[in-house]
Design a protein around this ligand. Structure first.
Ligand SMILES: [Zn+2]
Ligand SMILES: [Zn+2]
Length: 133
């Protein structure tokens, strides 16, 4: 009689222990999820600060970028000072109002973040606006 009761108690204790362990694991999962979310938020905050420092999105609007003078490159030994590569023949290049030339793709990604010519720092946005008037 006594033995049976003891066995029953033992089983019950083991079951309770197993339930506790599962709950603990679940809490650990929840804690990990929160930890990951916090890490993600910290990263996003960090990225926002970087964007502020480099003034991302304060370049020349895409609409105005399209108004820049597009040209096909002829034979030349000149270099694009953004990527430091030579221009190849028939490549699409852009000439800024200050007469400096760059690869189209190089210049467009530059102008997404800056309004100034990479060579002489003259303000492209101002030049484009005064051309519009
Ligand atoms: Zn380039
Ligand atoms: Zn220039």
């Amino acid at each position: 009689m006594i033995q049976i009761v003891q066995e029953g108690q033992e089983q019950q204790e083991r079951q309770e222990f197993e339930v506790d362990e599962n709950q603990f694991r679940r809490w650990e999962q929840v804690a990990n999820q929160y930890r990951q979310e916090i890490l993600l938020l910290e990263q996003q905050l960090w990225q926002t600060n970087i964007d502020k420092v480099f003034q991302k999105g304060k370049g020349v609007p895409k609409k105005l970028q399209q108004k820049l003078r597009k040209m096909k490159m002829g034979k030349s030994n000149r270099q694009c000072s953004i990527c430091c590569n030579n221009f190849s023949k028939d490549e699409t290049i852009i000439q800024l109002p200050c007469k400096h030339i760059f690869h189209q793709s190089c210049l467009f990604s530059w102008l997404d973040h800056s309004t100034k010519c990479p060579n002489c720092r003259s303000d492209v946005l101002e030049d484009l606006k005064s051309e519009e008037k």
